[in-house]
Write a protein that binds this ligand. Structure first.
Ligand code: ATR
Length: 292
């Protein structure tokens, strides 16, 4: 029996469907242990019809904060009393912070990726960036790239329409034309070398580990650094192809780590120092069976 839960224990959690494979409890419960905070973090499986009621119930139960994952990052906004400007622009909320009268929605995915990139000394500013995919995760990625001063973003997707929507929206937000939507097959039109490429599709995710959206090695010759937002497997086919062409690669585990850390900071009004962040990172790697 756990003896560390008592009358002053606070609850945080994750809302989504499915939730059983989440690593977020590892992030938040390790942080609470290290920072000696009496908070427990648990997953909540919520059905679509019950989302609004779940948020209202969570508030009444005095739940301090929530993460929100697939498929509710958009739908959840209807149940909030306020949405942070950046989350509204990205069109997705992944963190709810308790305020007077309800929850305020934030998006920590973009900053999670940003902090992960800073931690690995990956530069956005003045870089040419290729983003693969225009699904749920992609808009936060493209938004971040333009916000942080990318010279140009090529947004490649199987369905041009979906890439156009994100490109138009981000170009409008920043009054720019730096985002160019393209279909995947048009990659030979990219003339720049030494690009940063961010893989933001679900292709290559376990168990379909033998897939990458583009397999032609001539594409990978343009890439100096490749980031896959997938972290399972730890080395995706995309990463293998980048490395085969001489580039450096990173998976999505640090993005996951820092989006969680940013949420934890919002709930608790504190800043987690880098030493503790890296300790949580080691814990995540251990959980996934990744050495190093
Ligand atoms: P979401 O992230 O919105 O939940 P997803 O299924 O993870 O959805 O798909 C995200 C991205 O992966 C999309 O860009 C999708 O391309 P489309 O917009 O054309 O649907 C891309 N994607 C999924 N499967 C793909 C495949 N087999 N080949 C190429 N792209 C694929």
């Amino acid at each position: 029996m756990r003896t560390d839960i008592n009358g002053t224990t606070c609850l945080c959690g994750l809302i989504g469907n499915p939730v059983e494979h989440t690593l977020s409890p590892i992030i938040h419960n390790t942080l609470s242990k290290e920072l000696e905070r009496n908070i427990v973090y648990v997953p909540f499986l919520v059905e679509k019809e019950g989302l609004e009621e779940a948020i209202r119930g969570a508030y009444q139960l005095n739940i301090l904060g929530m993460n929100v994952t697939v498929p509710y990052k958009n739908q959840v906004m209807e149940s909030l009393i306020e949405v942070q400007e950046e989350a509204a622009k990205i069109g997705a909320v992944n963190t709810l912070v308790r305020t007077r009268g309800g929850y305020k929605g934030y998006n920590t995915d973009a900053d999670g990726l940003y902090r992960a990139m800073i931690s690995d000394s990956i530069v956005i500013k003045d870089n040419t960036i290729i983003v693969l995919g225009a699904g749920g995760a992609s808009k936060a990625v493209v938004y971040l790239c333009i916000r942080e001063g990318a010279k140009k973003v090529y947004l490649l997707n199987r369905t041009l329409e979906n890439a156009k929507k994100i490109a138009d929206s981000v170009n409008d937000i920043f009054h720019t034309r730096r985002v160019t939507p393209m279909i995947l097959e048009d990659y030979p039109r990219i003339i720049e070398d030494n690009c940063l490429c961010i893989q933001a599709t679900s292709v290559g995710l376990y168990p379909n580990i033998d897939q990458a959206v583009i397999e032609d090695l001539t594409f990978y010759k343009k890439i100096k650094t490749g980031i896959d937002i997938i972290y399972k497997p730890a080395k995706t086919k995309f990463m293998e192809l980048v490395e085969k062409s001489g580039g450096n690669t990173y998976n999505g585990l640090k993005m996951l780590l820092y989006q969680g850390i940013s949420a934890y900071e919002l709930w608790n009004g504190l800043k987690v120092d880098e030493k503790i962040s890296l300790l949580v990172y080691e814990q995540l790697k251990k959980e996934l069976g990744i050495g190093g």
